[in-house]
Design a protein around this ligand. Structure first.
Ligand SMILES: NC(=O)C1=CN([C@@H]2O[C@H](COP(=O)(O)OP(=O)(O)OC[C@H]3O[C@@H](n4cnc5c(N)ncnc54)[C@H](OP(=O)(O)O)[C@@H]3O)[C@@H](O)[C@H]2O)C=CC1
Ligand SMILES: CC(=O)N[C@@H](CCC(=O)OP(=O)(O)O)C(=O)O
Length: 344
């Protein structure tokens, strides 16, 4: 398969290159940048020297790029992918967008939360979370790869929502991310004195991942789910830990909760169930495509607490994109993704 990466110089794009290097079915056609065209990717990222020394081109060459590519991975800020998707509507090239443009079934929700007009409405697209949408991913022209916090949070809550074990109106998600989630561009919040030895919430009651999580949980339960989601920034590079709370419905036992997780994820390679009373850590999934999940039932409050951990750049972005690519191509889903987590 010939694949190209738009936005190869960003954190998601360069992680995709790391993973695709071990993919036996993939050759890289083109890599793009906005500010570094004409330079080699290894001029920007020295760790790629002698591995990838390809010259970066501009996305203005999209027709040339598409003509040479079976798949295009889009790792650009939101608002760009819809233009690419529209331009390539009548081509055979398939698209996996790591941004938000194709995550929403209802583009009005995207427009409301992202404050951008959607120019490619009513197109065939699928939400790119393999554990919930595997069948549709097989044939989709455009895959809207799930967001990082949504991946961790939806996977933590899906079994309980699907089996109607919790009251969805009581869901509270408290999530924490490493700073690479914000991308490579310099912003004050990501500078060392701001990040180091500090811990803070942001996007309280307003983060864009809220409607994405609501969309997926609503479709599982068959009614409109509205929830609270609060992200926090951790002083580390990678990793997301999501702690999710909800009220159990009357009569739901801890054993029923255990069964729900075991049933939904029994044959999911990338979901590692730690069980009741065991809790995930970001280090245990670092650099890998795993999502580790553990839970507890608090009999005193009648709540269930589910914790999930992913690497935001892997299961939350590039790894998930390769998992979706494998499904879309009919390859073994694990192809190129067999790396163990990096410890310590
Ligand atoms: N970081 C993460 O953990 C995750 C990111 N994502 C999504 O992936 C996408 C990329 O994120 P990330 O890698 O973090 O972002 P970065 O800011 O690190 O990288 C952005 C990339 O887009 C390119 N770019 C920026 N503006 C333009 C433009 N106007 N025209 C053409 N190219 C442009 C940049 O090129 P250059 O800098 O060379 O000029 C760079 O290659 C986003 O949509 C993000 O939401 C999804 C899940 C997790
Ligand atoms: C720490 C941090 O800033 N995280 C980013 C996560 C967003 C992201 O990367 O975008 P996706 O929507 O494509 O997942 C944020 O909160 O905006």
């Amino acid at each position: 398969m010939q694949v190209s990466i738009l936005g190869a110089t960003g954190y998601a794009g360069v992680e995709l290159l790391r993973i695709l290097h071990n993919h036996p079915e993939v050759d890289i056609a083109y890599l793009t940048s906005e500010g570094s065209t004409g330079k080699k990717i290894s001029d920007i990222y020295g760790h790629l020297r002698g591995i990838y020394d390809q010259v970066l081109i501009s996305i203005d060459n999209i027709e040339k790029i598409a003509a040479a590519s079976d798949f295009i991975f889009i790792c650009l800020p939101h608002g760009h992918a819809m233009q690419v998707g529209k331009a390539l509507e009548n081509t055979k090239t398939r698209i996996i967008d790591l941004g938000a443009d194709y995550r929403f079934a209802d583009t009005a929700t995207y427009e409301e939360w992202y404050k951008v007009k959607h120019i490619h409405k009513n197109t065939a697209r699928v939400y790119g979370l393999a554990e919930l949408h595997r069948q549709e991913i097989k044939t989709a022209k455009i895959i809207g790869n799930a967001g990082c916090y949504p991946t961790a949070s939806i996977l933590a809550l899906a079994p309980l929502v699907k089996q109607h074990l919790i009251d969805p109106s009581t869901i509270i998600i408290d999530a924490k991310s490493g700073a690479s989630g914000a991308g490579r561009s310099a912003v004050v919040a990501n500078q060392l004195p701001e990040l180091y030895d500090n811990f803070k919430a942001y996007g309280v009651a307003s983060h864009r991942h809220t409607p994405e999580i609501e969309q997926e949980l609503s479709s599982l339960v068959g009614k409109n789910v509205i929830l609270n989601f609060t992200p926090h920034l951790l002083p580390m590079a990678r990793g997301i830990l999501s702690t999710c709370y909800a009220k159990l419905l009357p009569g739901v036992t801890a054993e029923k909760v255990d069964d729900a997780f075991n049933q939904l994820y029994a044959s999911e390679f990338f979901i590692r169930l730690l069980g009741r009373g065991a809790y995930p850590t970001t280090k245990n999934v670092r650099g890998s495509n795993y999502c580790d999940i553990g839970w507890q039932v608090d009999k005193r409050t009648g709540r269930v607490i589910v914790l999930s951990a992913i690497d935001n750049l892997v299961k939350g972005a590039a790894g998930q994109a390769v998992q979706n690519f494998n499904i879309a191509c009919g390859f073994d889903e694990k192809t190129g993704l067999s790396m163990t987590p990096m410890y310590p």
